[in-house]
Design a protein around this ligand. Structure first.
Ligand code: SF4
Length: 94
């Protein structure tokens, strides 16, 4: 199956995943990655076999990448993104 034919997770699964990620991001003080890391994440997604180009969603988790890639508390479900230093996030979220 080609990347553009990949079936995304159901709306229910997508909403559940996105809500969980949003809750985690807010709880930790809404920290974002640097602009450089954001661009790097989107670069990785642009060549990923899971990318759903028409909607710019991740076919593995269903999240909208323009949001998910900005949030420091989120990670790629296939571990393709660079790991973030979370020490400052954990301090803010206390
Ligand atoms: S978040 Fe990960 S799995 Fe999803 S499209 Fe980006 S690189 Fe691929």
């Amino acid at each position: 199956m080609s990347q553009n034919q990949q079936k995304p997770p159901s709306i229910f699964t997508m909403m559940k995943t996105f809500t969980n990620e949003l809750g985690k991001w807010i709880k930790e003080g809404a920290p974002n990655v640097s602009p450089e890391d954001y661009a790097e994440r989107l670069d990785v997604c642009s060549t990923c076999e899971h990318l759903l180009k028409a909607s710019m969603r991740c076919g593995a988790c269903g999240c909208l990448l323009q949001h998910k890639a900005k949030w420091k508390t989120t990670d790629c479900p296939k571990e393709k993104w660079k790991k973030q230093d979370m020490s400052d996030v954990n301090e803010q979220g206390k």
